[in-house]
Design a protein. Structure first.
Length: 389
């Protein structure tokens, strides 16, 4: 030292003083782990898999995020999906976003009927008819029609509770337990057609997007994913409204997606499953949450092994979620999480973890539980006929 003219210039080869001139931005920070740990590549699952949560088609979306037409855009033809499915041991993919009416018919013809046993399709509510005074009856009839056509279940996106408004795209938000949907829930129960329901979102999406938000980078990249402020209900209010629906319709079966939409709080999800025997959950897009609490997650799988469905949220071409891009890598990560006790690995194939900067741990499920989660629970819940291998 001894100089008065500011920091000394680093000498060539003097690595100890190689400090960057400007502070590193968060986006440029990509630390590489120094841990030397086992990496198990699981190409094939131990049992045939039913991916009970995928998106193979979408409708056109209004600016406010609501799908308002029966028309479907098909993300990949079955001929492109089947070879990947075969390589990954995926017997069946369940397409959640099959729409209704002519679009649904189109999905069923292209996937379900053209390749029996490989694809199943769910129907969705017709929100474009919501302002019709006859909506409850029209909706119930549409469910009956979809059931006759071959739809395996009804799927609800988070549209209900967070996007659908009294005048569809304007006005106050419509509550999840609005009585205008009671006939829809009942009709599903009468037809023994399960309801796959997405309610709310990660709790970080309801918190201020600031230095304390653990999903800051994700929300900074997608500001429209934040439900903080404005007239949005809280996560607790959304889940409570969902629970009132489940309580009011005990003969309807509900698949509570994304680990009951509260994977950050497995005690809460457990209480929901305990309270409502007509519920199951899937794990789609939540191994990042489950895998960062591996001991609690393992206990959860032990306890609810008959009520957990395998799902990935896989979307051909990734849509707007690159971490859900349908390919071999996606399935390998899920299989590694469920089947191994590997430590500290990425939950998504990305340089920066997309949902938050942490890594996950495998939970090493025993065969009996794996079999239920990979296929037996979905076979039972969705009425799938799985031919013996
Ligand atoms: Zn999904």
């Amino acid at each position: 030292m001894g100089s008065t003219a500011g920091p000394a210039k680093p000498l060539p080869g003097d690595v100890t003083s190689a400090v960057p001139e400007a502070p590193l931005t968060l986006a440029d920070f990509e630390p590489r782990s120094s841990l030397q740990v086992t990496e198990t590549v699981v190409d094939r699952p131990r049992y045939p898999v039913i991916d009970a949560h995928t998106h193979l088609s979408w409708g056109a979306r209004s600016e406010s995020g609501i799908f308002l037409s029966s028309e479907r855009t098909f993300l990949s033809p079955p001929e492109e999906l089947l070879p990947v499915m075969d390589r990954c041991g995926v017997k069946t993919m369940v397409n959640f976003t099959g729409g209704y009416g002519a679009g649904l018919e189109d999905c069923l013809a292209r996937y379900d009927r053209a390749h029996p046993g490989r694809f199943l399709t769910m129907t969705e509510p017709i929100y474009e008819r919501f302002t019709d005074p006859e909506y409850p009856r029209l909706q119930a009839e549409a469910i009956e029609q979809a059931h006759r056509a071959g739809a395996c279940a009804l799927k609800l996106l988070k549209t209900l509770g967070l996007y659908l408004r009294e005048s569809i795209t304007t006005g106050p938000l419509v509550a999840i337990d609005d009585p205008r949907f009671d006939l829809m829930w009942d009709t599903c129960g009468q037809l023994n057609m399960p309801v796959a329901i997405h309610v709310s979102d990660p709790i970080a999406f309801f918190a201020p997007v600031d230095r304390y938000n653990e999903r800051y980078e994700e929300l900074a990249n997608h500001p429209d994913w934040s439900f903080h402020g404005r007239d949005f209900p809280s996560n607790e209010e959304l889940l409570a409204a969902r629970d009132r629906v489940i309580a009011r319709h005990p003969r309807t079966r509900f698949i509570l997606l994304h680990v009951g939409n509260f994977a950050e709080n497995l005690a809460h999800v457990s209480a929901t499953l305990d309270r409502f025997p007509n519920t199951t959950v899937d794990i789609a897009a939540r191994i990042g949450e489950l895998g960062r609490q591996p001991r609690a997650a393992r206990a959860f799988f032990d306890c609810y092994q008959d009520r957990i469905l395998f799902g990935t949220d896989a979307t051909p071409h990734g849509y707007e979620f690159p971490q859900q891009l349908f390919n071999e890598r996606l399935y390998q990560i899920y299989y590694r999480f469920l089947e191994t006790d590997d430590e500290y690995f990425d939950y998504a194939p990305a340089n920066v973890p997309p949902q938050g900067r942490w890594r996950i741990y495998g939970i090493n499920l025993p065969d009996a539980i794996l079999k239920k989660v990979y296929n037996a629970n979905a076979v039972r819940e969705l009425g799938i006929k799985l031919q013996q291998e």
